[in-house]
Design a protein around this ligand. Structure first.
Ligand code: IVH
Length: 682
């Protein structure tokens, strides 16, 4: 292979991994690290490279799926019709090009004005699929990876603007089974209230309403979802038994959806031509900030459903619609100074202090500069006039410097050589772009960030113990490591200024409650490098106890589906450190749960010696994990089928065992039924 091809392959590989990482941050952690426009650039580069080199497309490439694989917390269910995404247009020229293309595709027509386009606001939330049978809401799924979504039915039922029973009597000839798709979102006013409450409680606020809705709709306890005041706009009505060409036109759909009891976003417009679409785009680019929900663009849909199948779709998106993204919001301001912040792994992140400026409806005073390379790349100097950008309403970033406004006195940025928190040396490790403080154990800043991570919502979820309180406790030498949190007394907390009896009591209750958390939360809370929520889940299911995980050898870790060599090495490194082994012992000795909850179930013999055989691939469990689950629940796992087998569990692409089991009259279970059986007992 030529050298350039190797480079291209490496670049494709790099982009695929980076995109998957950012999708994970966005979809699972609700904590994006880069703006939407930066993400779009990566994605566009990958699609362009793949278009030029189709033989280098890997089945795992992010272009081959949408979103992120569903979180293992919720049951994963296959969508009746894949939930696709949309192609993006970022300029009016892109829209013009798109309209020309689909007009050509529709039989015998090159008449631009023959078709009407329904132009809707694109709500910045999460898409949901709702299934109604005989007018009753029976299922609510997230988009997940587009083919499988997370079953969040109970949470969906708490949303006031989603009808539980449809007003069917108002519509004639409506099918018995329908699917409604739309966007769940958090109104901006509710988002502001929620964040005020979180901050007052010492917790980290959500970055934007979209992340807040994603976090709220995926709560394990529906009561929490209920409190979050989510809302829903419907935009699609599907009869899953019929081809798309038999569907109602988009305008009719919106009309019927309203009659059925849904809210639809009211500002849609039927446009006859490009110039009408253009005026609509320009109007809403400004007017959107007056709405109580966030919109990041428009969706332009071919109104006439009769042509939808004719124009077709790719595996990623239908061609009968396109999303227009509003240009990112930018502003000019002055860079006043740079702080060098130390994260929980010691990485130094330069953060710019800016002259306050209003951008996309809020005042911005700080922006991230990511790393030293970014400062070099932008050649940024103190006192420079900089352009900041907020796309997708994540943390603003400095995108460029206005060199024409540079003052002669503008000072180059001096990189610190020593940690601003503990004065230890800052070093670049393993060809990483990042510099790190090498004083892992004693650096106060690293300690604080590790504790902050330990108590955070996705980790041990200790409400009330926010970063400012943790800092005060550290400064007062009342805590030093996560174990000390569990040793805090009421008197300790009351010694902190402005701490009341009631808050102290609540915090102690929350600390105590966190001892019962699942093992997966604890694994994530330890902050092992590269171990995110998903990996923590896999490890908890596989190893069952924290001491088992601590003893794991590299080969065993690598053999787990979803754990690659880098993660495996990071886990081994973590547990080869005696400080960390001590931490586990200490956590166990103060009764923090270190076992997978399943093992704690009183009735672990519920499968009652029944025998199970598996064929095909299960969505949420590997073969090994399924066999472990069967054994742990008192069942017998067998490789081959006989007349004595009690159950055949059938996944995707089953083999010949299915036919054999049918002939032998063996009870057949799909994945959902299997999991129900494991949970409820045979
Ligand atoms: S139509 C095949 N209409 O935008 C998907 N989507 O970028 C057709 N969205 O996944 C979707 N508002 O989550 C449609 N009025 C609207 C929308 C909308 C927001 C979201 C949706 C979709 C994403 C595509």
């Amino acid at each position: 292979m030529s050298e350039t091809l190797i480079n291209i392959r490496e670049r494709i590989d790099f982009l695929g991994k980076a995109i998957n990482h950012h999708r994970f941050c966005y979809y699972i952690l609700d904590n994006p690290e880069i703006s939407d426009s930066e993400f779009d650039k990566l994605y566009q580069e990958l699609t362009e490279l793949e278009a030029k080199h189709p033989d280098l497309i890997s089945p795992n490439s992010p272009t081959q799926s949408v979103g992120y694989n569903p979180s293992t917390d919720f049951r994963s269910i296959k969508h009746q019709r894949p939930m696709l995404s949309l192609d993006n247009a970022t300029s009016i020229e892109d829209i013009a090009h798109y309209l020309q293309k689909i007009n050509k595709n529709i039989s015998g027509s090159d008449n631009f004005n023959k078709f009407c386009y329904l132009t809707e606001l694109k709500i910045d939330g999460l898409s949901l699929s709702l299934i109604y049978e005989h007018g009753q809401l029976i299922q609510g799924l997230t988009r997940g990876n587009g083919s499988y979504g997370e079953d969040i039915t109970l949470n969906v039922k708490t949303i006031k603007t989603i009808p539980k029973t449809l007003k069917i009597s108002t519509i004639e000839d409506l099918p018995q089974n329908i699917e409604v798709r739309g966007e769940v979102f958090m109104p901006v006013s509710s988002f502001n209230n929620l964040n005020e409450g979180l901050i007052a409680n010492g917790q980290k606020p959500f970055a934007n309403p979209r992340n807040a809705s994603s976090g709220s709709i995926r709560q394990k306890d529906p009561k929490l979802t209920l409190k979050r005041n989510l809302a829903f706009f419907a935009y699609f009505l599907y009869d899953n038994d019929k081809p798309l060409s038999h569907h109602f036109d988009q305008t009719q759909q919106l009309d019927i959806l309203q009659k059925l009891g849904f809210l639809v976003e009211p500002n849609y417009k039927l446009c006859q031509n490009l110039s009408e679409i253009e005026s609509f785009c320009n109007h809403w680019d400004e007017a959107r900030f007056n709405l109580d929900y966030q919109t990041d663009g428009l969706v332009i849909k071919l109104n006439n459903a009769q042509f939808w199948e004719e124009v077709g779709s790719t595996t990623h998106s239908p061609r009968w619609a396109i999303a227009y993204k509003f240009p990112p919001q930018q502003a000019f301001t002055i860079l006043e100074s740079i702080d060098f912040e130390i994260g929980r792994t010691g990485v130094v992140t330069p953060v710019a202090n800016l002259h306050p400026v209003t951008l996309a409806g809020s005042v911005v005073k700080r922006a991230t500069l990511h790393n030293y390379d970014q400062i070099k790349r932008l050649d940024i100097r103190l006192g420079d006039t900089v352009i900041i950008e907020k796309a997708g309403e994540v943390i603003p970033a400095i995108v460029s410097v206005d060199l024409s406004k540079r003052l002669a006195a503008a000072q180059p940025v001096e990189y610190p050589q020593y940690c601003p928190s503990c004065n230890s040396e800052l070093r670049q490790l393993d060809n990483d772009v990042a510099y790190r403080c090498v004083n892992y154990y004693a650096c106060p800043s690293q300690k604080l960030r590790r504790l902050e991570h330990f108590v955070s919502r996705e980790a041990m979820n200790i409400e009330g113990l926010g970063v400012s309180l943790l800092k005060k406790l550290l400064d007062a030498h009342l805590i030093n490591s996560p174990v000390d949190i569990y040793k805090l007394t009421q008197a300790n907390l009351l010694s902190i200024e402005r701490m009341g009896l009631k808050s102290a009591g609540n915090i102690l209750v929350n600390i105590e409650k966190s001892k019962e958390n699942d093992l997966s939360r604890l694994i994530f809370a330890l902050g092992i490098r590269h171990v995110g929520l998903n990996t923590a889940n896999l490890l908890a299911n596989y190893f069952k106890t924290l001491p088992n995980l601590a003893k794991a050898k590299i080969d065993e870790l690598e053999a787990i589906e979803g754990v690659g060599p880098i993660i495996a090495q990071a886990i081994v490194n973590y547990f080869s450190d005696p400080h960390n082994i001590q931490l586990i012992d200490d956590l166990e000795s103060i009764a923090v749960n270190t076992k997978n909850i399943e093992l704690n179930l009183p009735n672990s013999g519920k499968l009652n010696q029944k025998s199970f055989v598996l064929t095909g691939q299960l969505q949420s469990l590997t073969r090994l994990a399924a066999s472990e689950l069967i054994k742990a629940s008192g069942g017998i796992f067998k490789d081959s089928l006989s007349s004595k087998t009690d159950y055949l569990v059938v996944g995707e692409n089953p083999g010949s065992k299915l036919l054999k089991a049918q002939k032998l009259g063996i009870m057949i279970l799909d994945e959902t039924q299997f999991k129900e059986l494991v949970n409820d007992g045979a």
